[in-house]
Design a protein around this ligand. Sequence first.
Ligand code: FMN
Length: 205
Amino acid sequence: MSQMFLTLVLFIQACLPAETRNNEPITRQTTDPKKVLIVYLSRTNNTKAIAEIIQKNVGGRLVALELKTPYPENYKAIVDQVVEENATGFLPPLKTKIDSIEKYDVIFLGFPTWGMQLPPPVKSFLKQYDLSGKKIVPFNTNAGYGTGSSFDTVKEMCPNSTVLDGYSTKGGVERDGIFFVIQGEKEKQAELEVKNWLKKLNLVK
Ligand SMILES: Cc1cc2nc3c(=O)[nH]c(=O)nc-3n(C[C@H](O)[C@H](O)[C@H](O)COP(=O)(O)O)c2cc1C
């Protein structure tokens, strides 16, 4: 009798929709959070907001990339400097130091699109650390022109890593004075998209 009751309960559970909290799907980690590192570059906090959504769902250590010599505040000045750095291949030295990178199995790598490329400080990071054998998971925000060559450059610079499919969304348009946008409805939308992306990659259930 109790066996039948249990079977009935299990059957009813299986018929119910996936578990939700406030109507949002609940995600469960599939990777030990101690082995997850989330590294990001962000000037106006859009990429940072995506990094925080990832951390909320996957756990792990969140690290912002900072430069020894910060970029200029002025938009035109930074654009000109990045054009110059891309043309000469200059890799700006990082102030951020990541200790024991070898203990991480999964490295999320977040960056904005700059000049339709991977920003020079992210190239500095990839050049500086040996990420062989690790899973690299890129994510990006941009002003609406897409990821350019950035995801391909991550693959090229990490030939001995497994680079998973990246996530990208529209962030700010600093040129037009639009800075931080990943808030309110846009944040909710991004959170749903990020959860679906993480599920597809089997990084959460
Ligand atoms: C130097 C610089 C270059 C940029 N180049 C591009 C670009 O080529 N294409 C694009 O869509 N957005 C470009 N953007 C806009 C950023 O990618 C966008 O605002 C992004 O959301 C910023 O992310 P953050 O808030 O994390 O810094 C550029 C921004 C800066 C500061």
